[in-house]
Design a protein around this ligand. Structure first.
Ligand SMILES: C[S@@+](CC[C@H](N)C(=O)[O-])C[C@H]1O[C@@H](n2cnc3c(N)ncnc32)[C@H](O)[C@@H]1O
Length: 250
């Protein structure tokens, strides 16, 4: 079966935040407010489990204990890079193949896309990439130890335009705290976006965070061999500007 091509929309020119509504929603962040698909611990039974043939695809809740044990070992055995929102996985599949000595974990809430990545990784014989269709914001703080991540890649995150969806944004103060906690000292946060207002907001949030230093454009060179994501290819095709931001954990 051939893969459907991504249907990317150009997006808006303005980027707004309903501060009052967002603040109210964030006050309930620890109760799982804003998680995509809701708090998984409260989901009714009956959600179809991930197919068993993908030995490196998982959901934190519902994974067999042996699988979780394997995953925990994997997360500790080599420098760890994490991607949030992989889409079809063009970047991470190639980046993992280029770096067999490092371990990779990618999150994509759309199950079909996550499984597609798992399938391609299996076909390519990639043993250094695990995939999850969990909301990364739920799973990361529950799965990983502080200071255990070498690099976070967050490439073209959804802007979540609607006021009621803004709590789903990856770059909100509570989740930035999680990223800071999980990155090892001198670890790297690599971000791309084609939404100028979101870029400024991300930059402002990270610049005012005590644990981050940046932006550091000179770090781009380290990723010069990275395959562009589908969104980046789309932007290049239509001439839409985008920018990369690199921040380092103190
Ligand atoms: C705009 S797309 C970009 C995809 C890809 N990075 C690219 O540049 O082509 C953002 C992707 O992130 C996924 N996503 C959004 N929030 C997420 C989250 N909290 N955890 C995991 N995936 C998420 C969405 O399902 C979507 O596929």
């Amino acid at each position: 079966m051939s893969d459907p091509s991504p249907l990317y929309r150009v997006g808006r020119d303005t980027f707004e935040t309903d501060e009052i509504r967002l603040q109210k929603a964030l006050e309930r962040y620890n109760e799982g407010k804003g998680l995509i698909g809701g708090d998984p611990s409260r989901r009714p039974g009956g959600i179809r489990p991930l197919p068993e043939q993908f030995s490196r695809a998982f959901r934190l809740l519902g994974a067999a204990p042996e699988k979780l044990e394997r995953l925990h070992r994997f997360l500790q055995e080599a420098p760890l890079e994490i991607e949030i929102g992989s889409g079809r996985g063009e970047f991470i599949l190639d980046w993992a193949a280029q770096h067999p000595d490092r371990h990779f974990l990618t999150f994509e809430v759309k199950t079909k896309l996550a499984l597609r990545i798992a399938k391609r990784a299996q076909k390519q014989g990639l043993t250094n990439l695990w995939v999850s269709d969990d909301d990364a914001r739920y799973t990361l703080p529950r799965l990983l130890n502080p200071a255990s991540v070498d690099v976070f890649h967050i490439l073209f995150p959804d802007p979540w335009w609607k006021p009621k969806h803004q709590v789903r944004r990856v770059f909100t103060p509570p989740f930035i705290d999680v990223l800071a906690l999980l990155l090892r000292p001198t670890g790297l946060l690599r971000v791309a976006t084609d939404v100028p207002g979101y870029a400024r907001q991300i930059q402002q949030l990270l610049e005012s965070h005590p644990d981050f230093v940046g932006p550091l454009p000179e770090l781009a060179e380290r990723f010069s061999a990275a395959t562009p994501t589908d969104r980046q290819v789309f932007c290049d095709e239509i001439g839409r500007p985008y920018e990369y931001l690199y921040f380092v954990k103190r």
